[in-house]
Design a protein around this ligand. Structure first.
Ligand code: FAD
Ligand code: NAP
Length: 537
């Protein structure tokens, strides 16, 4: 075997929070494991998304690892919602604290992974020509890691500098004195627009779909609050596992339709004053009942009107989809920028972008001269990064082919026909509809325990039973269909990427999901087929 041909127990793709913790767990179990990461540093999301204003929208006290009580006690978050650089420092700290750095190979992509049936192992090809054989492969490639680039004529050849929020230059960008165009008004656009507007000579925002956004009210963390949480961190985490999104949203168990108008309004005002995603837990039916959702929508429409001086402009910023159908955005002064004379909104459903030249973004109506373009156009979510690799399972079946009508998995952890291959936060798991750090830890824990079970009991192969996968896909859709989620063109459905199959990808509900994962194990890995060493396939 040459230096370029390595044999491992487990290969992990991606060094975001999922890959980092996966490496720690597998090493603890005595396995020879390695992470392969395309970027030049660890941290995943927080390594790539360095746009101005980038920060989490789940409070950092919760958006952090809980596997180590010591780490939880030691680390001090400075703000309610930590900034990208602070979260990246945290990821770096974890890697050093648990001595993981030597297990992470940076600047290297996994291009392909082919299952060797005779060997019960994966043959993995790397971008540097390296070849690794591993008994297990864990895809920790991220739900939101493959940027989505719009296909606008001229964009790929323009002389105007173009920056995607998810591929932001490490040295930052100084927009002082520049006329800037921003395309996209999702969470990334809404977080960064006020920062860019604060620097640039002018900002023109090209909006395809208006979004709902609620103030973050971000602030330095109160030391007394932090002391209180730290004194009962384990209990606090345990309580949050019982909550629908795995986050402390202070859920109200009443229907929005069963309370008096004043009571409902008071509840909305209180949540608005507090800010953040917990607004959606003001009542128990906001994401399940259109009429209930309308009451929240009316409230938001009023708030947008109050934040934007020009009523015509305010109207353009008002979404007509149910609130929460696309991920609710969390902002600092987003709507207020439109009250400034140097910020302009162009609704591209009225005046579509025709092309980008070397000096301007050209719409049906006008030429908008700009010096820089920001693409806040999001991601090929949930499946993009996995399908970028040539993954081939039993009988050489390609994953791209298998998922051509949409992804199918069992519990978002594995997919039939691809033995010994696991996914962290795969489609069919709560993933993006949860506080992702805890649910990443839950997935990593499940996978690590499963691999340990295989090692302890001398199994050489684990594969998903097709009927279990079908039943799970059916259940994921059944739950989604009872909600407002499928009613708009969101990235949860793949609707933001041209040609992508429209399938609702995340699973709604952390507690029932975790219970199902536990039950599967308790029933002897129900829905999986475990093949002992020495037995035929
Ligand atoms: P990632 O962090 O995406 O890491 C995946 C890594 O895999 C990347 O570094 C990528 O380079 C690497 N990779 C992919 N393919 C390959 C390949 N073929 N070869 C080698 N390497 C590869 N979630 C929340 O719960 N709360 C939040 O507040 C929140 N804020 C967010 C803010 C932004 C701007 C974005 C984009 C997402 C946010 N998320 C948030 C979701 C976030 O993605 C997750 O919380 C979490 O960071 C994902 O970690 P991960 O390790 O699963 O994936
Ligand atoms: P996004 O929510 O998908 O938003 C992308 C925006 O670009 C949308 O407004 C979209 O319009 C627009 N767009 C896409 N393609 C376009 C095209 N061809 N022409 C014109 N407009 C186009 O992506 P994101 O803002 O990067 O956020 C993705 C997810 O990452 C979030 O939902 C969230 O989960 C996470 N995130 C979190 C935070 C945070 O606050 N912590 C910050 C950033 C991201 P349409 O709506 O019409 O498709």
């Amino acid at each position: 075997m040459t230096a370029h041909q390595q044999r491992l127990d487990a290969l992990i793709v991606g060094a975001g929070f999922a890959g980092i913790y996966m490496l720690h767990r597998l090493r603890q179990q005595g396995l020879k494991a390695q992470v392969i990461e395309a970027g030049s540093g660890v941290g995943g999301t927080w390594f790539w998304n360095r746009y101005p204003g980038a920060r989490c929208d789940i409070p950092s006290i919760e958006y952090s690892y809980q596997f180590s009580a010591a780490l939880q006690q030691e680390w001090e978050w400075t703000e309610k919602y930590a900034s990208q650089d602070e979260i990246l420092r945290y990821a770096e700290h974890v890697v050093d604290r648990f001595r993981l750095r030597d297990g992470i190979k940076l600047n290297t992509r996994v291009d392909a992974a082919h299952f060797l049936e005779e060997d019960d192992a994966w043959s993995v090809s790397l971008s540097d020509g390296g070849q690794i054989t591993a008994r297990y492969v864990v895809m920790a490639t991220g739900c939101l890691s493959k940027p989505n680039y719009p296909s606008i004529p001229g964009l790929d050849v323009t002389q105007i500098p173009v920056y995607h929020t998810a591929r932001w230059p490490h040295e930052g960008v100084d927009f002082s004195g520049l006329n800037v165009a921003m395309i996209g008004t999702g969470s990334s656009g809404i977080q960064s627009a006020p920062m860019v507007a604060g620097q640039a000579d002018s900002l023109t925002v090209f909006q395809r779909t208006p979004n709902y956004s609620i103030p973050a009210h971000n602030a330095p963390l109160d030391p007394a609050y932090v002391r209180d949480i730290k004194a009962r961190y384990a209990d606090y985490r345990a309580e949050n596992w019982q909550r629908g999104f795995g986050a402390d949203f202070n859920e109200n168990d009443q229907s929005a339709l069963e309370v008096a108008d004043e009571v409902r309004r008071e509840a909305y005002e209180a949540r608005w004053a507090k800010g953040g995603l917990a607004f959606l837990a003001a009542f128990n039916d906001l994401i399940f009942d259109r009429q209930a959702n309308d009451t929240a929508r009316d409230f938001f429409i009023e708030k947008i009107s109050a934040r934007v001086d020009d009523p015509e402009l305010a109207k353009k910023l008002m979404p007509d989809m149910p609130i929460g159908c696309k991920r609710l955005c969390v902002d600092t002064n987003y709507y207020e920028i439109y009250n400034e004379p140097h910020v302009r909104l162009i609704d591209i459903t009225e005046t579509p972008i025709q092309q980008v030249t070397d000096r301007a973004v050209v719409t049906d109506e006008a030429e908008c001269p700009v010096d820089a373009i920001i693409l806040a156009t999001g991601f090929d979510a949930m499946t993009g990064a996995i399908l970028d690799m040539d993954i081939r399972g039993i009988a050489g079946q390609s994953l791209k082919q298998k998922w051509r009508s949409g992804p199918k998995t069992y519990l978002g952890l594995a997919t039939a026909g691809f033995p010994n291959l696991f996914m962290v936060s795969g489609p069919g798991s709560p993933s993006v509809l949860s506080n992702m750090l805890p649910t990443i830890e839950q997935h990593v824990g499940w996978i690590a325990d499963c691999i340990d079970h295989m090692e302890q009991h001398d199994y050489r192969r684990i594969s998903v039973m097709p009927e279990a996968e079908e039943a799970w896909a059916h259940h994921v859709n059944e739950v989604a269909d009872a909600s407002i989620y499928p009613s708009c063109n969101s990235w949860y459905l793949g609707a933001n990427v041209a040609g992508k199959s429209r399938v609702f990808m995340p699973y709604i509900g952390v507690p029932p999901y975790v219970a199902k994962c536990e039950e599967v194990v308790a029933q002897g890995y129900q829905g999986f087929n475990l093949v002992p060493t020495g037995a035929g396939s």
